[in-house]
Ligand binder design. Structure first.
Ligand code: HEC
Length: 174
């Protein structure tokens, strides 16, 4: 009985040794997943070019020239919401917006999806872009400002802004 156990033990030890030797001889990794170390790590590139950020994320609706499309997409050029303070456009980008809003003397009632897929730095860059182009003379928007607005809105980031009225209330609540 004891002899049988010893024989089995020796058998297993020889089996494992042979398995390891064969694998080492054939240059195979001994641990599962070890070969993954050799695959190149692909880091997705983050676009930090304001012009391209605008072209990819905004121009389809607000147009390359920032004029929007009459009756459907409001202009960013000459918009009081864009120019007056740096936080308001950032709120629009973080929350998205859907509901009545007057822009440059015209009424709109459309839906803009949140731009929350952009990170804080990208939002600062694109907000700066719309505040400083097409004759708009707003100040630069910093990443820190975007982070502060995001923290302020943390409890309600999943609910879009309901339109111009709420945007005005949020502006006053600073
Ligand atoms: C799918 C179309 C669409 C996209 C994409 C889009 N918007 Fe909008 N945006 C709208 C609509 C529609 C409104 C008005 C919503 C309403 O009526 O409540 C709006 C409103 C705004 C406003 C406030 C009103 C104004 O005209 O000043 C700002 C600022 C704004 N968008 C900036 C941007 C920026 C910057 C981007 C890109 C990062 C962007 N939007 C992407 C459709 C879009």
């Amino acid at each position: 009985m004891i002899k049988d156990l010893e024989a089995t033990g020796i058998g297993i030890t020889i089996g494992i040794t042979v398995f390891l030797l064969v694998n080492v001889a054939m240059g195979r990794p001994l641990l599962p997943g070890a070969e993954r170390e050799h695959e190149p790590i692909v880091v997705p590139e983050i676009d930090l070019n304001p012009e391209s950020l605008y072209a990819k994320n905004c121009a389809a609706c607000h147009q390359a020239n920032g004029e929007g499309l009459a009756g459907a997409f409001p202009p960013l050029a000459g918009s009081e919401w864009v120019i007056e303070d740096p936080e308001t456009p950032v709120r629009v980008l973080l929350l998205g917006i859907g509901g009545p809003i007057d822009v440059a003397g015209e009424s709109y009632d459309g839906v803009m999806p949140t731009q929350g897929h952009l990170n804080e730095e990208q939002i600062a860059l694109v907000a700066t872009y719309i505040r400083t182009n097409w004759g708009n003379e707003g100040s630069e928007v910093t990443t820190e400002e975007v982070e502060a607005v995001k923290a302020e809105l943390a409890a309600r980031l999943s609910t879009p802004c309901s339109g111009g009225e709420e945007l005005t209330t949020l502006r006053g609540a600073e």
